[in-house]
Design a protein around this ligand. Structure first.
Ligand SMILES: NC(=O)c1ccc[n+]([C@@H]2O[C@H](COP(=O)([O-])OP(=O)(O)OC[C@H]3O[C@@H](n4cnc5c(N)ncnc54)[C@H](O)[C@@H]3O)[C@@H](O)[C@H]2O)c1
Length: 268
């Protein structure tokens, strides 16, 4: 997601710093951004991928001159303690009005950013996968988020030519809560032999005009990511979000969806 968000801002003409945790991961992020820009350029004659890539600054930390940084968007794994720890570590490196956003799919923005020294600048900016072609950004507003932060977030979404929705900080926000309800039911249907993965997906694609079926979407998001969200929502909203056994088994077996080559569909 981090590479996708970076790609979208680069394609829109912004300068982007991408912070990864190791040199190897940083090289991987560079290739993903490059591939993605080249793919976008095949459909957009005005986009010069090399010029856009030249505005990418890859780093392993947040040190240095940060006065001109308008926003920091976090996309580390869906782990509340990790996110809280990183936000409090990063905050002193940036001016007090730099927006600090989390791309979390489900965790409370109040908890991720509530402990900041300047909590008013904390907000959720929930992007969708794949970021460069997805037109929605869900802006998640906690009680402590101030109006200036929401306005800056709206401006950033406008830079990307995407559409914002504004949602109160609540479990799963609007998109993950509804998307997961459908995805988990599709897995339960597969588990109990109602239909094949292909046919369940086709039901929603052709019957309800979804661009992609719920199982293929789960493959794209990552089964591990969806499992983590389901566990969180089950704790917050009750047993209707309890992850099906099949989802747990597939994650334990390393079948994480597109990124591992196999999920509910074969991606090899
Ligand atoms: N996968 C999706 O479709 C999707 C969609 C919307 C939102 N999200 C959310 O985005 C976030 C990331 O999800 P993902 O699927 O991209 O996860 P991922 O595991 O693919 O990527 C996480 C990245 O964070 C990096 N990272 C870990 N610790 C770090 C640190 N200390 N400093 C810098 N980088 C660090 C990892 O190296 C990795 O590149 C999660 O909160 C997830 O819920 C995911």
């Amino acid at each position: 997601m981090g590479a996708g968000i970076a790609t979208s801002f680069l394609a829109a003409g912004s300068s982007v710093r991408l912070v990864e945790s190791t040199e190897v991961l940083s090289e991987g992020a560079h290739s993903r951004v490059q591939d993605s820009l080249e793919r976008m350029a095949r459909k957009d004659a005005l986009l010069d991928p090399q010029e856009a890539l030249a505005r990418l600054d890859l780093r392993l930390d947040h040190d240095g001159e940060n006065d001109a940084v308008k926003a920091v968007i976090e996309a580390v794994p869906e782990d509340l303690e990790l996110k809280k720890r990183l936000f409090s570590t990063w905050e002193p490196s940036y001016p007090s009005d730099t927006l600090l956003a989390s791309n979390t799919s489900s965790l409370p923005i109040a908890e991720i950013t509530g402990g900041l020294e300047h909590p008013g600048r904390g907000i959720g900016m929930h992007f969708f996968n794949p970021v460069p072609v997805s037109s929605l950004v869900e802006l998640v507003v906690a009680d402590h988020t101030n109006d200036a932060t929401l306005n800056t977030a709206r401006e950033l979404v406008a830079v990307l030519d995407k559409t914002p929705i504004v949602v109160k900080d609540s479990p799963g926000f609007a998109s993950s809560r509804l998307g997961l309800a459908l995805g988990l039911e599709a897995i339960r249907m597969l588990e109990s032999g109602v239909a094949s993965a292909e046919d369940i997906d086709t039901a929603m694609q052709l019957g309800y005009k979804h661009p992609m079926g719920p199982l293929r979407l789960t493959d794209l998001v990552g089964l591990d990511v969806r499992l983590a969200i389901a566990e969180h929502l089950a704790g917050e909203l009750g047993p209707r979000f309890e992850p099906p056994e099949l989802l747990r088994e597939m994650v334990a077996a390393g079948h994480l969806g597109k990124k591992s080559g196999r999920g509910f569909h074969d991606w090899s």
